[in-house]
Ligand binder design. Structure first.
Ligand code: FES
Ligand SMILES: [Fe+2]
Length: 412
């Protein structure tokens, strides 16, 4: 394969033929998908502008009037709660002459004001003020109706602690995209977990390398020596149902060591049976990773900032009852974030190193190992679907795969 491929090739099924094969036969996604500005631009439109994209946590906009500005596929979007606390999202562009309305995050009593000429919008997007643009100042034969000047709406929905937006009005709903993941995680009181630590990272690598690295545990022994006692390779299993996600689990989670671990804080109330002994991992396509344990959740939200650059917000979520039950909850949570921060930095270093390798045109893709890399193959094929304009929700493991590679107590 000649590299780089021409732009048209990224829209042709033939280009991806080797990755479409069953994973035992497959070659990984074309390296240009991680390095090419053309691929990145197409991916923004064909993937990010057409699917549900995780953008923030529900707690970032906890109450009425809270808003935060996010970016998806190059569009700036205001995500907010209206006066009744309901989620809303609007394109962050004034309907007058197109100024950007808001920056950052904040809280407003009632209206968002455009900084240019003062048009104002309520949190439902309705245009409420157009200074000097009133009957008597508009020619009698010129029609001007404020009710036609609402902000352009964006679809928004929340599952558990994650808020998603979707720029495509015709895409299937968020429930379809998540598939059976909410049911699989229904044993955890996810709505009650709250953010207790946050970290920011910038990564000199494509967002897909971050996602793929999250879902394969082939790299554990060499990259995460301190994680091995807590989450041994042989305790990892596939945990895959229908939905736009790649899932796996660790069972049973090992005890903490001097390097840290996941068991310091008491478990959240009501987490029982295998859930209490497991860690559940899911990369929610395209850009959120969640690691759910009995006593905390670690969340990553990645944001592509170019073909070779990604920013990432990381959160520790814990349950108020776990904190109340601990003699020193702050120290327990510090241990958790310290442990995760170490793991995440190890992941970032190897992902950046992979990005460097992928730039070399001598590399044209590599073979994938079923036991460990089927979750990567699944994600790569979701990317290919998007590039080719194929809308589908991937199926879960068949019974034989679940029996062979799923947890020994069954697939759930
Ligand atoms: S561009 Fe917003 S009020 Fe003029
Ligand atoms: Fe890792």
């Amino acid at each position: 394969m000649q590299r780089p491929l021409p732009r048209e090739a990224f829209l042709q099924a033939d280009t991806y033929a080797a990755t479409r094969l069953p994973v035992d036969h497959a070659t990984s996604l074309i390296p240009d998908a991680y390095t090419s500005p053309d691929f990145h631009a197409l991916e923004q439109e064909r993937l990010f502008a057409r699917t549900w994209v995780p953008v923030c946590l529900g707690s970032d906009i906890a109450g009425p009037g809270d808003y935060t500005v996010v970016e998806v596929a190059g569009r700036s979007i205001i995500v907010c709660r209206n006066g009744s606390g309901e989620l809303r999202a609007h394109h962050n562009v004034c309907r007058h002459r197109g100024a950007r309305l808001c920056d950052g995050a904040g809280k407003t009593d009632r209206l968002l004001h455009c900084p240019y000429h003062g048009w104002a919008y309520d949190l439902d997007g309705n245009c409420r003020a157009t200074p000097h643009f009133v009957p008597g100042m508009v020619a009698s034969d010129a029609r001007f109706d404020r009710s036609e000047m609402s902000l352009h709406a964006v679809r928004v929905a929340q599952w558990a602690f994650l808020v998603f937006v979707c720029l495509d009005p015709s895409a299937p709903g968020l429930e379809e995209a998540l598939g059976d993941l909410p049911a699989r995680l229904s044993g955890y009181p996810l709505e009650q977990f709250r953010v207790t630590r946050r970290r920011e990272y910038t990564i000199a690598a494509n967002w897909k390398l971050v996602a793929e690295n999250f879902v394969e545990y082939y790299h554990l022994p060499l990259i995460h020596p301190a994680l091995l006692p807590v989450s041994p390779v042989e305790a990892h299993y596939r945990w895959q149902g229908r939905g736009k996600y790649s899932g796996l689990c660790t069972w049973p989670v090992g005890s903490d060591t001097a390097d840290g671990g996941w068991k310091g804080l008491p478990p959240a109330p009501g987490v029982q049976g295998r859930d209490a002994e497991s860690a559940r991992f899911a990369w929610i396509f395209p850009t959120a990773g969640i690691s759910v344990t009995a006593n905390h959740v670690f969340v990553l939200i990645a944001r592509p900032e170019g073909p070779e650059r990604t920013s990432e917000s990381a959160f520790i979520l814990t349950h108020p009852d776990s904190e109340a039950a601990s003699p020193d909850a702050e120290a327990d949570i510090d241990t958790l974030i310290g442990f995760w921060d170490t793991i995440n930095r190890e992941d970032i270093a190897i992902v950046e190193r992979t990005q460097c390798g992928l730039r070399n045109p001598a590399y044209t893709g590599g073979r994938m190992c079923h036991r460990f890399e089927e979750p990567c193959h699944r994600l790569q094929n979701m990317v290919i679907d998007a590039m080719l304009g194929i809308e589908r929700t991937p199926a879960g493991d068949d019974a034989e795969t679940a029996r062979r590679l799923g947890p020994p107590y069954g697939a759930t």
